[in-house]
Design a protein around this ligand. Structure first.
Ligand code: LCS
Length: 393
């Protein structure tokens, strides 16, 4: 059944499904590394791309393909490429779209290792990147150089929660002969579809909202057109950062409830952010659903909801934040985000510790910032948990 005309929740449940000979209602785990050819001519035709079919799981696998088709449809792209991790997708993107001495412009508050990959590794091949506040399109425009090949934006960004205008970034990139890629991890395809707004590639750490159950690590990329898709797929296959069929099966299971989970978590996040904003021990709250957030109006235009990621600072700064993290009981002190369970962490010493203090300052987040990923627990329980922990501060 073609599902492209259906509503998003119907697509989440049915996308990517093709019945097999057994009639299995759920896409089975095709846990096989290799696939038999009918004869030598069949094998040769598959390798030559003259016939559709499966050869070897690094190149393609039916369970992985179902996930790729489903997310590609949600993101309105030509096709998907599932990867071993979110960073597997980021490294495939860089490897595919940057060459020796190329330049990239990216969001200063991009996920720490997405930046580290350029600064520690691609720099050895002469690749340069400018990390700027892409929520300000003038800063983005000024950072563009004649050798800029890629604009890579994370919106909303981790953990500064800055919102970048995707359509505006796309026109700047395209006017200067560069492609625009968007890390859509924080929004998920349920809340934001960057390809519709002009981006060329969208990627996710599916470890987060898409899978949603804190039981796998994985990534996916969707390209708008066939040429970029073929290029990136070739790079992924050659670098060997493919997803595994069992991983894909779990992600497909998580994906079906993405809409339910996101709706519930963001309702909780809105209540918690408002409560935090009114708390006397809280210095500032960054939640894009609050009208005090500078990206609130833009987020309203380009997203269908505000998601469930909150970052905040306490009046007592870093020490107070540590005290809070050590005293929450319902929220778990752990990195990662976007799962059914609420997680709390400290970006400066954990997820973004690979960034220098100067880079963190330029990215707009202080050492005292605490990140809170709201799960699907009862919001009243999460507020009570924060309240008892704040009493110890
Ligand atoms: N992009 C974003 C926005 C992320 O938050 C992460 C991981 C990645 C890419 C990389 O994905 P992975 O390879 O881990 O699947 N973010 C993490 C975080 O904030 N806490 O732990 C991991």
């Amino acid at each position: 059944m073609r599902t492209t005309e259906l509503g998003i929740n119907s697509r989440l449940v049915h996308g990517g499904y093709h019945p097999d000979a057994t009639g299995a209602v759920t896409v089975p785990i095709y846990q096989s590394s290799t696939f038999a050819f009918r004869n030598a001519a069949h094998g040769a035709a598959l390798f030559a791309g003259e016939e559709e079919g499966y050869i070897y799981t690094r190149i393609g696998n039916p369970t992985i393909r179902a996930l790729e088709e489903s997310v590609a449809e949600l993101e309105n792209g030509a096709g998907g490429i599932a990867t071993s991790s979110g960073l597997g997708a980021v490294s495939t993107l860089y490897m595919g779209l940057l060459e020796c001495s190329a330049h990239m412009v990216s969001t200063a508050s991009v996920y720490g290792p997405s930046r580290g990959l350029i600064e520690k590794h691609f720099s050895r091949f002469g690749v340069e990147a400018s990390f700027v506040d892409t929520s300000n399109l003038d800063s983005l425009l000024q950072a563009i150089r004649p050798d800029t090949r890629l604009v890579y934006v994370e919106t909303p960004s981790n953990p500064a929660m800055q919102v970048t205008d995707i359509a505006g970034a796309a026109s700047i990139a395209h006017d200067h002969g560069a492609l625009l890629a968007v890390d859509n991890t924080f929004a998920s395809p349920y809340l934001q579809q960057p390809l519709k707004l002009g981006a060329d590639v969208v990627l996710h750490s599916v470890t987060k909202f898409i899978n949603g159950h804190a039981d796998i690590v994985g990534g996916i990329m969707v390209a708008k057109d066939d040429e970029v898709l073929r290029l990136l797929r070739g790079v992924m296959v050659d670098m060997g950062c493919n997803m595994d069929p069992h991983q894909a099966f779990l992600v497909l299971r998580g994906l079906k409830t993405l809409g339910l989970r996101v709706e519930r978590a963001q309702a909780g996040a809105q209540a918690i952010a408002q409560w935090l904003e009114a708390h006397p021990k809280v210095e500032s709250v960054r939640y894009i659903g609050l009208s005090s957030h500078p990206g609130h109006d833009l987020a309203k235009r380009q997203m269908r909801g505000f998601g469930s990621m909150i970052a905040f600072e306490l009046k007592g700064g870093l020490e107070a934040g540590r005290q809070l993290m050590n005293n929450v009981k319902l929220a778990t002190l752990a990195v990662s985000l976007g799962g059914v369970e609420t997680l709390i962490e400290h970006p400066a010493s954990m997820t973004h510790a690979s960034m220098s203090k100067e880079a963190r300052d330029a990215a707009g987040f202080a050492d005292g910032l605490v990140r809170y990923s709201v799960g699907i627990e009862d919001a009243d329980d999460l507020i009570a948990d924060l309240e008892q922990a704040l009493e110890t501060v």
